[in-house]
Design a protein around this ligand. Structure first.
Ligand code: HEM
Length: 184
């Protein structure tokens, strides 16, 4: 648990911010919408935007391992007692039966219910902290860097390997200093 607190408390939020900023840069309409709201002090859209970014391309792809307490059948697959079950959160969060138009980024979606922080007894204990961190980071970034854009072609971006954590090796960006709108 101590290891998870350290590892999960840092890498996850770093990658939520990185993946989230990339998603916004690839959807300039949503980026402009969120920036407008942030500059106008609309914390509501920022909060729903962070949840949407987590649903759309969150940093944790798999839930904690589960083991079936009793035999069951799920989606046509038989699972025996004690069998491990790996839930792919990233797939659940793009489920068209749960989310309308799931591959569309909509910072105002606001229907919650994503599985980015898991579910049930192992639901992420750091979720409230991660939400605050992401809102602060994105809010400051959007307010300060008006001309934010990708510094390389999308095809040049490199993702880190690994099954559990999804994140970029780096996210080069450019911005125009004269468009800095606020200093904090
Ligand atoms: C965007 C940031 C984060 C995401 C997406 C995230 C996601 C998750 C997920 C998916 C799980 C497994 C839940 C399950 O299997 O049902 C988890 C568990 C956990 N997370 Fe996070 N997490 C984040 C940030 C943090 C932070 C900041 C901390 C601590 C400071 C933290 C501490 C933990 C711990 C201790 C667990 C294990 C809980 C348990 O097994 O009972 N996480 N997290």
């Amino acid at each position: 648990m101590a290891f998870i607190l350290l590892f999960a408390g840092f890498e996850t939020t770093v990658n939520l911010i990185g993946n989230g900023v990339l998603a916004l840069l690839r959807h300039p309409g949503e980026l402009a919408r969120l920036r407008e709201a942030v500059v106008a002090g609309d914390e509501g859209l920022l909060a729903s935007g962070v949840e949407e970014l987590l649903r759309f391309d969150g940093p944790v792809e798999l839930a904690t391992w589960r083991f079936a307490a009793e035999p069951l059948s799920l989606g046509g697959v038989r699972i025996g007692r004690g069998d491990p079950v790996l839930v792919v959160l990233a797939a659940a969060d793009r489920d068209p039966e749960r989310f309308r138009d799931p591959d569309r980024l909509d910072v105002g979606r606001g229907d919650g219910g994503h599985l980015g922080y898991g579910h049930g007894i192992h639901y992420c204990v750091g979720a409230p902290l991660a939400r605050v961190e992401a809102r602060v980071a994105l809010g400051v970034l959007l307010r300060r860097l008006g001309g934010l854009r990708l510094g390389v072609d999308v095809g040049e971006l490199r993702w880190r390997g690994g099954l559990i954590m999804r994140g970029l090796r780096s996210l080069p960006v450019r911005f125009a200093p004269e468009q800095v709108t606020e200093r904090q």
